[in-house]
Design a protein around this ligand. Structure first.
Ligand code: CA2
Length: 164
């Protein structure tokens, strides 16, 4: 069975592509998911992408991922800066976790500079817009492969060069 990666999105990210495109871009969450599904296939991974406006629902999904997934990519949105509950749920997971942001919070208001989630994350990807989701998946694919070195790597589709 292919390893599954949970991709979680916090409050208001359902509005992506609809409002404030100057900050968050023109892609909708559905556009991002389509591209991510295709990229997951090249890595031999499956993704389960979800969005919620409710902190408790995100906590429940993190707990679900703890036993069903090989890693978590999370854009906690505003909960990044407020949620001890999401941090605690992530800390209870023995999984690689990548924190993701479309914008670079450090270039924005001061209240966005603090992340509760970062201490649970292997790494953070921020400021690359919707393309950050693919960067996060590429990084996660390597973490998952490194965690199970015996498992066969996915084919990348790259053709072997013929010697003349
Ligand atoms: O840059 C990011 O990805 C953020 O996580 C987005 C959050 C913000 O609170 C964080 O500081 C940084 C906000 C998500 C709101 O998404 C919207 C999308 C379109 C229109 C309105 C809000």
């Amino acid at each position: 069975m292919k390893p599954k990666i949970m991709v979680l999105n916090g409050p208001n990210l359902n509005l992506l592509g609809v409002r404030q495109p100057h900050i968050y871009g023109h892609d909708t969450l559905a556009d991002i998911e389509r591209r991510l599904q295709a990229r997951a296939r090249t890595h031999g991974l499956v993704i389960d992408m979800r969005q919620s406006n409710h902190e408790g629902e995100l906590v429940t999904w993190i707990q679900e991922a703890r036993t069903t997934c090989a890693g978590i990519i999370i854009n906690p949105a505003a909960y990044t800066h407020t949620s001890v509950a999401i941090l605690d749920a992530l800390l209870a997971c023995d999984l690689p976790i990548i924190e993701l942001h479309l914008s670079n919070p450090h270039k924005r208001e001061e209240f966005r500079h603090r992340s509760f989630v970062t201490v649970a994350a292997k790494g953070v990807i921020a400021g690359f817009g919707a393309g950050g989701y693919e960067l996060a998946l590429d990084a996660m694919a390597k973490l998952v492969a490194d965690a199970s070195p015996g498992a066969p790597r996915a084919k990348t589709g790259a053709k072997k060069r013929r010697t003349p």
